[in-house]
Every structure is written in structure tokens, then in C-alpha cells.
Design a protein around this ligand. Structure first.
Ligand code: FAD
Length: 470
């Protein structure tokens, strides 16, 4: 018996030796769990790895990296499996699957959490909220903390406490040569800088240490639905409001198609609408005063913004973002000028499927107070991030849907500095990587890559190519 890889044929004995040394397991083609093990959130990436190594701990990660290097295997690293571009699986290579590494240790006195890379935001929020604490997570609780944090990490606390990566205080990482390295402001500071926005380029992170903040457990949050014919008025009104909003409030405009929710009148189900989503994490009185102007931007079809548990808001959108659909995301940092709002409203009229959407993420606050050179994520001046989502339940027309998204992004990018956000990038094109970082930041990332992964073992990511491959 043997297993074919992209570059070679692995003998059964070789795989057996690997398996014998692990605390975790190896899954390969033909195994009962192979279909599940090779599948990621985005069905657009249907790949067949030669091996999925399900690591139980850091020692397994070190062994898997060594094995991949010695066998010259293509390497995919997987945390929560939510890579839009499909980086956490591959054809004929090895998947280093960290999803079973779910340890979380909360220190409520020091307000720190040490988290393993298999946790999702639902998992980590569960542990931190037990102490009334949280670190900024994402809008969908099934997303993994690992890929999310390494690319930046934007969620409902971004204006109050910054990105997930802004709250990372240290990380442990297994590098391409098998070394176990600690990175923090004091130890390997260049690597620590690169890990906060530079993605999975530098090795496999086996532990993340986050700063925690008091959050909730109750917040004021939810959604306000407006009709399509008020879109321009609502979005321009929102834009005028956001400049004066307190940091405790983070909002998002979703140009979408109304799902068949019971509190929406039946006649709007399946029609295009505009939704203002938001969360205020301050006191109840301050929260109500801050969100009041959002309730009167037009004539709401439904207003379901009110007090709820923080963890409820963190998972409110989960039912809309189930796995198994075909997805392509792409994004642009923009200024919310009248022209940009006109453009996004027009694009909304051409969304290719009901699940396709355009999001305007409000930035500012704590996010923009982080100095641009403090982390590899450096788009700190932008006021709004426009994320264009093409999503459909079946593969038919996927290329056309993705083309719609690319075209919409190109238009929206003309209303900003042209930059994009790695975590919302649905392909591996080098021009998108370049567009994610200012020139000097990219050059600095290349220097860190040269030091920690000079042969580009970790290249299934928004790849920073080392000098040796240029
Ligand atoms: P994975 O697919 O497991 O990993 C993605 C990549 O990250 C890997 O290929 C690898 O390159 C790298 N990686 C993962 N784990 C490690 C590790 N331990 N060490 C080194 N490299 C690693 N982003 C936001 O900013 N805000 C949002 O609100 C948001 N919502 C989302 C909702 C959905 C439904 C989806 C699908 C994505 C969303 N994203 C959001 C984007 C998300 O941040 C990225 O897709 C992120 O990469 C997902 O991380 P993961 O661990 O789940 O993914």
C-alpha cells in the first residue's frame, strides 16, 4: 500500500512510522473519516490531500512539520477551516489540522487568555465570558481564532478594543525548520509584528495569548431592517452618524436580500433590503442613546436591536453562514463618500444570488489609534471596509458570481486607497497580497519570511514570497 502525493509516493511504512509517533491521528484516502477530514467551510475548494494529520498537541505539530519538510510535501495548515481562499486544504499534500487542539486557560486577574489554535470564537467566548471578559472576535462564531487573528481579525469590538491581532500579546510558533519559538514584544519582536496581520506565513502557531477586557455579559445589539428604496438615504445617514459615534458602538451596513425571518413581513422575503447591524458594549443607558439615531435613518421594516447576551450577538449571524456553500469574498478599504455610497447601492441591484451581499464595516476608534507600524496589519486610516461576498448553495455559475464580486471590488477600490484585507480575500493572487500591505510593510514581511521560512514551506496562504523564490 502507498499514498500518492503531489511530488512523490509515500510508502505505508513511512506513514505508519509517523502515525506511531503521534498522539493524534493520521487520516488518508480510503479511511472512513477522510471525506470529513478533507472538507473545509468553503465548498468551492474541493481538494484531496494525501494526509490529514490531526494534531493532539505541539509535539505532533513539530513532528508533522518535520515530516512535511523531509518528504517535500505541500503543506496546508488548518485551524477553524474558514479560509475563504481554501488555504486549509490541498491536493496531494499534508494538512496539519489543529482543530482538536482546543485548550483555553483564562487568568481573570491578569485578564489574559492562552488559547490553542483549534478553538473557534464560540469556544473562546464561552471560556472568557465565564469571567465577564472577552477579546475581540469575529461576526460568525464558527470561525477559527487562528487564521482570523493572524490576518487581523475584525468584529463587534473593533472600535472599542481593536482587532483580534491588536490584542495578541504573545504566541508560540513552530517554524519551518522545526524550531519552537516564542514571540512577544520582548522576544523575537519582528516575528511578533509579522504575526499580527501577516497571516500563516511564518510557521504553525500552537498557542495565542490574548489581552482580555470586561465585556457584557449583556450588550445592546442586533439588526435594523430598511427598505431598498431608502438605501441611499439610510447609508448616507449612517455615514453622517458614524463620525460622532462612541467607541463602544461598532456598526455595519449589510446590503442583502431579506431572508424568510418571522419578524419580517412576508412581502419583503427574498427582496433586496438594507440592514444596519451593530453592537454597543457600554452601559445600557449610554447604549440606547448611541443607537437611537440608527433607528430613524428611514422607515424601518423591522427593528430587532435590543439588549442581549454578548455571546448571543456573537452567534446571531451563524445560521446564515453555514458551511457547504460556494463562496468568494473580496474587499476594499474605502472612504464613504456620496459617490462610494451611490456605487455600492448600484452594485447591490446586481448581486448574482440571494446570499450574495455587500458589507460596509465601520472602522475607527481603537482600531485607528494603533500606530501603523505597530503590526503588519497597517491600514489604520481607513474609515470603512467594503467586503463583497458572492455566495450560492450550488456550484453552477460560481465563476460568474466571483467575477461579479471582483468587478464590484475594483469599482469600490477606486473610492479608497486600493488596499484590500487578507482575511476577506478569496483567491491567492499575488496582486491581492501586494494590495494588502503598503510597500514598506511588504518589504519588512519579506525580511521576516526570509528569516523564518526561507524556502516557503508555508505557502498556502496570502503568500509573502521569500527572497529565494523571487
Ligand atoms: P483556516 O482555514 O483554518 O485557516 C486559514 C489560514 O490561516 C490557513 O490556511 C493558514 O494559512 C492560517 N492558519 C490557520 N491556523 C494557523 C496556525 N495555527 N498557524 C499558522 N497559520 C494558521 N474575518 C474577520 O476579520 N471578521 C469577521 O467577522 C469574519 N467573519 C467570517 C465569517 C465567515 C463565515 C468566514 C468563512 C470567514 C470570516 N472571516 C472574518 C474571515 C476569517 O478571518 C478568515 O477566513 C480566517 O482565515 C479564518 O480562520 P480559520 O482558522 O477558521 O481558518
Amino acid at each position: 500500500m502507498s499514498t500518492e502525493t503531489a511530488n512523490s509516493v509515500l510508502g505505508e511504512a513511512t506513514i505508519g512510522e509517523l502515525e506511531a509517533e503521534l498522539r493524534g491521528t493520521v487520516v488518508r484516502p480510503g479511511d472512513a473519516s477522510y471525506e470529513e477530514a478533507r472538507t473545509i467551510w468553503n465548498a468551492a475548494h474541493d481538494r484531496k490531500p494525501a494526509l490529514v494529520v490531526r494534531c493532539a498537541g505541539t509535539a505532533d505539530v513539530m513532528r508533522a512539520v518535520e515530516f512535511a519538510r523531509s518528504q517535500d510535501l505541500r503543506v496546508a495548515v488548518r485551524g477553524g477551516a474558514h479560509s475563504i481562499a481554501g488555504f486549509s486544504t490541498c491536493d496531494g499534500g499534508i494538512v496539519i489540522d489543529l482543530s482538536a487542539m482546543k485548550g483555553a486557560w483564562v487568568d481573570p486577574v491578569r485578564r489574559r487568555a492562552v488559547a490553542q489554535p483549534g478553538l473557534t470564537w464560540a469556544d473562546l467566548d464561552r471560556e472568557t465570558q465565564a469571567f465577564g471578559l472577552a477579546t475581540p472576535g469575529g461576526l460568525v462564531s464558527t470561525t477559527g481564532i487562528a487564521g482570523f487573528t493572524l490576518g487581523g481579525g475584525l468584529g463587534w469590538l473593533v472600535r472599542r478594543h481593536g482587532l483580534a491581532s491588536d490584542n495578541l500579546v504573545a504566541a508560540d510558533i513552530v517554524t519551518a525548520d522545526g524550531r519552537f519559538v516564542h514571540a512577544s514584544a520582548d522576544e523575537n519582536p519582528d516575528l511578533f509584528w509579522a504575526l499580527r496581520g501577516g497571516g500563516g506565513n511564518f510557521g504553525v502557531v500552537t498557542s495565542f495569548e490574548y489581552e482580555l477586557h470586561p465585556v457584557g455579559p449583556q450588550v445592546l445589539a442586533g439588526l435594523i431592517f430598511y427598505p431598498l428604496d431608502e438605501a441611499q438615504q439610510v447609508i448616507k445617514g449612517w455615514r453622517d452618524q458614524i463620525a460622532g459615534m462612541p467607541d463602544e458602538l461598532t456598526t455595519l451596513v449589510n446590503l442583502t436580500t431579506a431572508p424568510p425571518l418571522p419578524f419580517l413581513p412576508e412581502e419583503v422575503h427574498g427582496t433586496r433590503i438594507v440592514v444596519i447591524a451593530g453592537m454597543h458594549s457600554g452601559s445600557a443607558d449610554a447604549a440606547e442613546a448611541a443607537v437611537r439615531p440608527l433607528r430613524t435613518l428611514g422607515t424601518p421594516i423591522a427593528d430587532v436591536m435590543g439588549p442581549m447576551p454578548y455571546v448571543a450577538m456573537q452567534s446571531l449571524l451563524d445560521p446564515l453562514w453555514t458551511s457547504g456553500a460556494y463562496n468568494y469574498f473580496t474587499s476594499a478599504f474605502i472612504d464613504a463618500s456620496d459617490a462610494a455610497i451611490d456605487a455600492v447601492t448600484q452594485r447591490h441591484l446586481t448581486t448574482p444570488t440571494p446570499a450574495s451581499e455587500l458589507h460596509l464595516h465601520q472602522l475607527g476608534g481603537a482600531f485607528s489609534r494603533v500606530p501603523a507600524d505597530a503590526t503588519a496589519f497597517s491600514q489604520r486610516d481607513a474609515g470603512v471596509l467594503c467586503n463583497v461576498v458572492a455566495r450560492a448553495p450550488e456550484p453552477t455559475g460560481f465563476e460568474e458570481h466571483a467575477a461579479w464580486a471582483r468587478e464590484a471590488r475594483e469599482e469600490m477600490a477606486r473610492h479608497g486607497n486600493g488596499a484590500t484585507y487578507v482575511n476577506f480575500t478569496g483567491d491567492a493572487a499575488e496582486d491581492k497580497v501586494r494590495a494588502s500591505y503598503p510597500r514598506g510593510v511588504h518589504d519588512r514581511l519579506v525580511r521576516v519570511k526570509d528569516e523564518y521560512d526561507p524556502t516557503n514551506l508555508f505557502r498556502l496562504n496570502q503568500n509573502i514570497r521569500p527572497s529565494s523564490t523571487r
